[in-house]
Design a protein around this ligand. Structure first.
Ligand code: DX5
Ligand code: ZN
Length: 219
């Protein structure tokens, strides 16, 4: 089963309760935390995520685009996010941090920017419940899907299969009706979609359409 996790980055932040309600048929709410250092954009931090967690009808999938993940990521697990994704480029000790996140009760997840290879992490796959392959440069919603990332999605799927472990493969950035097939055929099983869901006339319909297209191309 392919999972759809809408990103609230392009939702109306003045009505988070209403915006979260719109995506209650999705698997998880993708929460983009940005610190204006790791990426040139700023969203919100722990106090706001705590409130989102309290009112969200579905579990939270936190995507941390923040520096010094070793220090700054564990709090999101403590706040009850079901999954906590930190970036390979922002962590000093990925194994220690992944174990800390799991100890705090969340799924551990590792994100790679477009230019970061999966190969150095292949022997560490067992530390993670999910790998996130970025298909845009992180920082903003509404960017164009980068096809140059597809070979890495394929290689990551092969490495996960070879490991025999149950690890999700998430794709984030420019996922829409036009690109969902490419993602799924390359091996993704969790799709993040921001503008494709919140820019649609009806978010629930957009989620259902993405699910249908994804299911049609799963192998
Ligand atoms: C980008 C964020 C994404 C973004 C996706 O840095 O990590 O989650 O919100 O938005 P779309 O689907 O519009 O590319
Ligand atoms: Zn994201």
């Amino acid at each position: 089963m392919i999972e759809i996790n809408p990103s609230i980055l392009n939702s109306d932040f003045s009505d988070l309760r209403g915006e979260l309600e719109k995506i209650r048929t999705a698997d998880m709410a993708h929460i983009d935390v940005m610190d204006n250092h790791f990426v040139p954009n700023l969203t919100f931090g722990p106090p706001v995520v705590e409130r989102i967690r309290a009112i969200s009808p579905i579990p939270l999938d936190a995507h941390l685009m923040i520096d010094d993940a070793d220090r700054n990521a564990p709090v999101y697990a403590e706040l009850g996010c079901a999954s906590v994704t930190f970036h390979a480029e922002a962590v000093r000790a990925p194994v220690r941090l992944a174990r800390e996140i799991r100890r705090l009760g969340a799924k551990s997840s590792l994100a790679l920017k477009p230019a970061t290879p999966i190969e150095p992490f292949v022997d560490l796959l067992g530390e993670f419940d999910q790998i996130l392959i970025m298909t845009v440069e992180p920082g903003f919603g509404g960017q164009k899907f980068l096809d140059v990332c597809l070979p890495k999605i394929r290689r990551t799927r092969e490495a996960i299969s070879a490991s025999g472990l149950e690890i999700k493969l998430q794709v984030d950035g420019g996922v829409s009706k036009d690109t969902v097939t490419r993602c799924v055929e390359a091996g993704a099983d969790v799709l993040v979609a921001g503008s494709a869901v919140y820019g649609a006339e009806d978010a629930g319909t957009a989620i259902a359409e993405l699910r249908e297209l994804a299911a049609a191309h799963t192998h």
